[in-house]
Design a protein around this ligand. Structure first.
Ligand SMILES: NC(=O)c1ccc[n+]([C@@H]2O[C@H](COP(=O)([O-])OP(=O)(O)OC[C@H]3O[C@@H](n4cnc5c(N)ncnc54)[C@H](OP(=O)(O)O)[C@@H]3O)[C@@H](O)[C@H]2O)c1
Length: 219
């Protein structure tokens, strides 16, 4: 008998990173809910996802309803609106795992590290949601375009969070998306993942790399 897969709400799942992750997880058998500020837009994104998968398992809901319904909530929204959305879904995510992919990019200087107060977005999320929520940070170093277009991706994912079981769960999600994930320590360490992205953007421009990433070496 096959194990029942969890339900994942992808908040901002109509966007670049969220839609690419939703497709990979949907294809891996997870139940996907696309969350949006606009429930109608969420429904359209879910229909598109179902068409791509050749299934009818994805559905679209408002951000709050998506977070309230799912077991795992993945935040794929811009830094500029991230905290407002965290506040909006706060009650709905209690006792759950929240995966934060947010990079604190402040346009126009997106190839410069600009960390928020407190050091990191994911740490802010953990503080805002409280200890009852297991916040895990991941995917900051993965290009959404590569996720959407490439079969195989060389880049790897640092997974940070204070709860080991939650990190292990998120590493399974990283693997289900076809990537290699690493336990990278507590949520304090997310500052490194969040700082790597502007450096990668700098490298992309300086060396004309189409979506640079990172890989852990050693044996
Ligand atoms: N793109 C990448 O390659 C990449 C890689 C690693 C990490 N990330 C991180 O992942 C997050 C999402 O990136 P993305 O490129 O997927 O973003 P995006 O496409 O610009 O936006 C994702 C979704 O966020 C929602 N949203 C909520 N508030 C918004 C606002 N004020 N303005 C615009 N959209 C808003 C929108 O969905 P609704 O309108 O449906 O609510 C939108 O479709 C970011 O924090 C980014 O740093 C991105």
């Amino acid at each position: 008998m096959s194990e029942k897969k969890q339900t994942i709400a992808v908040i901002g799942g109509s966007g670049g990173l969220g839609s690419a992750l939703a497709l990979r997880w949907g294809q891996a058998g997870y139940n996907i809910i696309i969350g949006s500020r606009n429930a109608e837009k969420a429904g359209i994104a879910a229909d598109r996802l179902n068409k791509l998968m050749g299934l009818k398992t994805a559905r679209g809901l408002s951000n709050y309803e998506a977070a309230n319904t799912a077991e795992i909530i993945v935040l794929t929204v811009p830094f500029s609106n991230h905290m407002a959305i965290v506040e909006e879904i706060s009650v709905a995510v209690q006792a759950k795992i929240v995966v934060d992919t947010t990079v604190p990019l402040v346009p126009p200087k997106v190839s410069r590290v600009q960390l928020p107060e407190g050091g990191s977005v994911a740490k802010q999320t953990q503080e805002k949601l409280g200890k009852n929520v297991r916040v895990v940070s991941a995917f900051q170093t993965i290009s959404a375009a590569h996720l959407a277009e490439d079969q195989q991706i060389e880049g790897e994912v640092l997974v940070c969070g204070n709860n080991v079981d939650a990190r292990t769960c998120v590493i399974s999600l990283v693997e289900a998306a076809g990537l290699k994930g690493w336990h990278a320590g507590p949520i304090d360490n997310s500052v490194v993942s969040e700082s790597l992205t502007p450096v990668l953007i700098f490298l992309n421009k300086r060396y004309q790399i189409d979506g640079s990433g990172i890989r852990i070496v050693g044996h």
